[in-house]
Design a protein around this ligand. Structure first.
Ligand code: ADP
Ligand code: MG
Length: 244
């Protein structure tokens, strides 16, 4: 099921934050969404993931329209996102955060969540993803004690434990220590190899170049350019939009 964005328009009051935005993701493909601050990147992620509803146009997943679906319904369909400012449960341990995400992944009746086998498998999945993002040492620490970068990695583990088919990442490396970038790149490469569709919002162009197969440049809510990463980022109009 491919994600398709069709003619999306979104307004905050009179301000048009997204104007006729259309594109599609591909299986095993990483697309980066770049553009100056305020160009509409986070708004687009919010619309796709169901946190905001488009005023015109919309998104489809295969034959399914995502219009009007809640974020949790969209996540059940296999589309999960991380946040620019991660939202973890600070009063739970890192492990408990990922376990809760793992248990909410299966669309099951509440009583099924108490079956020993379900809990054991959810725990195993949670541990695996905590290890993968490099937070196994912090397993029992409260999420509130994590640094900003670690909170983002925990948020990522909570998303990946659900084994999504489509992942949207809002600024995954901003504020994250250098040593985690390589880890993140290798996680994303693995996901691509498993045919996951990936959309990344990121300002760090070195990271964008190393992970994305193509880029979409947003400027003032419109697509300014899209295509192969290196060539598109070198276009004069793209450089101008960044420098002003
Ligand atoms: P980006 O993620 O590219 O920095 P955003 O999607 O956050 O851009 O913002 C796009 C535009 O919408 C900006 O002009 C921003 O000021 C405006 N905007 C974002 N969130 C809100 C909001 N909650 N209310 C009003 N305007 C907003
Ligand atoms: Mg943003």
């Amino acid at each position: 099921m491919l994600l398709n964005i069709e003619e999306v328009q979104f307004r905050y009051g009179g301000l048009v934050a997204l104007d006729s935005v259309s594109f599609s993701l591909k299986k095993g493909h990483g697309i980066s969404l770049v553009g100056p601050n305020g160009s509409g990147k986070s708004t687009l992620i919010d619309v796709i993931s169901g946190f905001l509803t488009a005023h015109q146009g919309g998104c489809t997943l295969g034959e399914i329209s995502l219009h009007g679906h809640s974020p949790s319904k969209i996540a059940e369909l296999g589309l999960c996102r991380t946040f620019q400012y991660p939202r973890n449960s600070g009063g739970l341990s890192c492990f408990e955060n990922v376990l809760a995400a793992s248990l909410s992944a299966d669309s099951m009746q509440w009583y099924q969540a108490f079956r020993p086998r379900t809990i054991r498998q959810a725990k195993e999945r949670a541990q695996k993803w905590l290890d993968t993002v490099g937070l196994s040492d912090m397993s029992d620490e409260l999420a509130a004690t994590l640094s900003f970068g670690q909170s983002k990695l925990l948020n990522l583990a909570c998303v990946l434990v659900r084994e999504p088919k489509i992942v949207l990442l809002d600024e995954p490396v901003a504020g994250v220590a250098k040593q985690y970038r390589h880890k993140l790149i290798s996680i994303l490469e693995q996901l691509k190899a498993q045919d996951v569709q990936i959309l990344i919002v990121e300002h760090d162009l070195d990271f964008v170049r190393s992970i994305s197969d193509s880029v979409i440049v947003l400027d003032q809510g419109k697509i300014l350019a899209q295509g192969a990463t290196k060539e598109t980022l070198a276009l004069p109009k793209v450089l101008k939009a960044y420098v002003g």
